[in-house]
Design a protein around this ligand. Structure first.
Ligand SMILES: C[S@@+](CC[C@H](N)C(=O)[O-])C[C@H]1O[C@@H](n2cnc3c(N)ncnc32)[C@H](O)[C@@H]1O
Length: 330
């Protein structure tokens, strides 16, 4: 059994991102305790879990218990798969209902009794205890360092436009499409979504109506070592004229309403046409991940075009902007 700790700011989207990454390797979410997901899968899912954007870490779940006493009893019975030295670290989630103050020391003593050495400053293995409704102890296998994502925020890129999603969110949008080989962003802006897809080794296709975005995105992709791309100057409402191929995965973040980024169109009309146009270049069963301001009923409009809603996640960005991220399937 594995576990994934998801981030708390978009929990529904984070959970579905995990689900999407488990699908190709035949894994499934077996339970949830606040931000702690129990995952039924084997090591074939590691390359997919390594792609996650909205996760804090994943690892191997070793014991689960109803109480501190039960956890310590069970911990004595298992063989801890520890390499080198170890340290016990506790994650007290907002719904934690156990007294875990002394647990790292007590669990550390149990594991130490099996012959493993503690190293509090530079352990080789981190034993993680999660406290929620229940208690869980596992071994961390991968930590998603926030610095990696922070380092790709818009202002760190050579071509900077303040219109970009957070890299973690862009990464999640890519993953929610289930993209395995390639991905199209028909309103790519400065390329935030394409960077995240490109770093996963996907071939990226991008379109923008403004020439400086096409040049700027190319600069940004090259900056991150991404060379497998095709960028076009063009109109996202006429994708079938731009491509003589179909896509399995499309992710995009359309402009929200400033006149410059809308290129002179009426916002809602642009959104409707973009949805129709994307539908035209998607394969049957292909997926679209897209953001719309909350004032636009993306579900209704996408269903009119023929899409089926797979997921919808609300986010309040600031006082005057709240939006939904949608996942649709053709
Ligand atoms: C919100 S930005 C995208 C930001 C992008 N996700 C990023 O991370 O940099 C929206 C982009 O859509 C482009 N755009 C507006 N109308 C368009 C159209 N009809 N066809 C293609 N691109 C369009 C704008 O030029 C702008 O660059």
């Amino acid at each position: 059994m594995l576990y994934v700790e998801i981030l708390g700011n978009l929990p529904g989207m984070a959970r579905d991102e995990v689900k999407a990454m488990l699908e190709p390797a035949g894994g499934e979410i077996a339970g949830q305790d606040y931000l702690f997901l129990k995952v039924n899968a084997d090591e074939r899912v590691f390359p997919f879990l390594d792609r996650l954007g909205l996760a804090h870490e994943y690892g191997e779940l070793i014991v689960e218990a109803e109480s501190v006493e039960e956890l310590l009893e069970k911990a004595k019975e298992v063989e801890w798969p520890i390499k080198g030295t170890f340290k016990v670290d506790t994650e007290t989630m907002a719904n934690c209902r156990h007294n875990v103050l002394d647990l790292p020391r007590k669990l550390g003593a149990v594991i130490h009794a099996q012959g493993f050495r503690v190293n509090l400053s530079r352990p080789d293995t981190l034993v993680r205890v999660y406290c929620g409704e229940r208690l869980y102890a596992g071994i961390r296998l991968r930590f998603f360092d926030p610095k990696d994502f922070e380092g790709r925020k818009a202002h760190h890129r050579p071509f900077f436009r303040p219109i970009s999603l957070h890299p973690r969110v862009s990464r999640a949008l890519v993953n929610l499409t289930g993209a395995r080989k390639e991905l199209l962003d028909p309103m790519m802006g400065a390329g935030g979504i394409l960077i995240e897809a490109g770093l996963l080794g996907l071939k990226v296709y991008g379109v923008d109506i403004r020439p400086e975005m096409v040049e700027g995105t190319e600069m940004n992709l090259l900056h991150y070592g991404i060379r497998n791309y095709e960028l076009k100057l063009g109109d996202a409402t006429k994708l079938e004229e731009l491509f003589d191929k179909k896509f399995k995965a499309v992710a995009t973040d359309p402009p929200y309403g400033t006149s410059a980024t809308l290129a002179g169109r009426k916002r809602d009309e642009l959104y409707r046409k973009v949805l129709e146009s994307i539908y035209g270049v998607l394969d049957k069963g292909g997926r679209l991940a897209i953001a719309f301001p909350a004032s636009f009923d993306g579900k209704k409009e996408a269903e009119k075009v023929g899409f089926r809603l797979v997921g919808r996640y609300y986010q309040r960005v600031h006082k005057s902007l709240d939006r939904y991220f949608y996942v649709f399937e053709k």
